[in-house]
Write a protein that binds this ligand. Structure first.
Ligand SMILES: Nc1ncnc2c1ncn2[C@@H]1O[C@H](COP(=O)(O)OP(=O)(O)OP(=O)(O)O)[C@@H](O)[C@H]1O
Ligand SMILES: [Mg+2]
Length: 221
């Protein structure tokens, strides 16, 4: 279970262009839930997701993963939590364009502290589960938007994280590919992963159990 209590996020704190993007957000997401985060552009969706994914900090409030307070940790501790518990699909994919699909999916395995047996097999299995095993050796710069999206998802799930967070995973996709990607998230959720998806698309949101709506840095419903 994850829980946020009165989270305040200020970009550029202490500077003249300080900007408060989250004004005290509280919510709870249970293990095994599939939740959509919606709201207008600039509402703070990515900001909240980045905090939940332990890739950004916050100024006030508390964030708990199970009973662990995730606040003011060292970069090393954040990295460990990300690697063990979290799979993140970024809004812009954040793939290494010069790397092949397989090399991108190997990245989290290579960072992992544990000894990962058969890294390559694991990475190939992740690519297979998103339906693009045959593209393993292709550089990401030569893939289509939908294919890149799948590589980003394969990379997010390769460590079998408890939580999968995705920022607009279908934003750049046609209706058919978007439906296929949603099937993928639903099947991951059926296997027990908690799934949190930021989306503008009502068709995506209606496949989730619950919608958290953000407006101007506040949860409104
Ligand atoms: N690095 C940053 N520095 C300063 N302000 C930022 C930064 N990142 C985001 N913001 C501001 O915080 C607010 C929330 O941004 P955020 O990216 O969370 O919005 P969003 O809901 O994800 O929007 P979109 O739907 O366009 O992706 C916006 O007003 C944005 O301009
Ligand atoms: Mg965003």
């Amino acid at each position: 279970m994850i829980k946020v209590n009165n989270i305040v996020k200020i970009y550029n704190p202490k500077s003249s262009n300080a900007f408060e993007a989250l004004h005290g957000v509280s919510t709870q997401i249970n293990d095994g839930e599939m939740v959509a985060i919606m709201g207008k552009s600039g509402a703070g969706k990515s900001t909240l997701l980045h905090i939940l994914a332990c890739i950004d900090n916050y100024q006030d409030g508390e964030y708990y993963i199970n009973d662990t307070l995730v606040k003011n940790l060292s970069e090393r501790e954040y990295a460990r939590i990300r690697n063990e518990k979290i799979g993140m699909v970024m809004q812009d994919f954040a793939l290494v364009e010069d790397f092949t699909a397989l090399e991108n999916v190997l990245i989290p395995l290579n960072f992992s502290k544990q000894k990962v047996k058969n890294k390559k097999e694991k990475a190939l299995a992740a690519l297979k589960s998103v339906g693009i095993e045959e593209l393993a050796k292709k550089p990401c710069s030569k893939l289509s938007g939908g294919q890149k999206q799948r590589v980003a998802i394969a990379r997010a799930i390769v460590n079998e994280p408890a939580m999968i967070l995705a920022d607009e995973p279908t934003g750049a996709l046609d209706t058919k590919t978007s439906a296929e990607i949603m099937e993928l998230f639903t099947s991951l959720n059926d296997k027990g992963h908690t799934v949190i998806i930021v989306t503008h698309d009502p068709l995506v949101a209606e496949q989730c159990h619950r919608i958290i709506e953000l407006s101007d840095g506040n949860i409104v419903s």
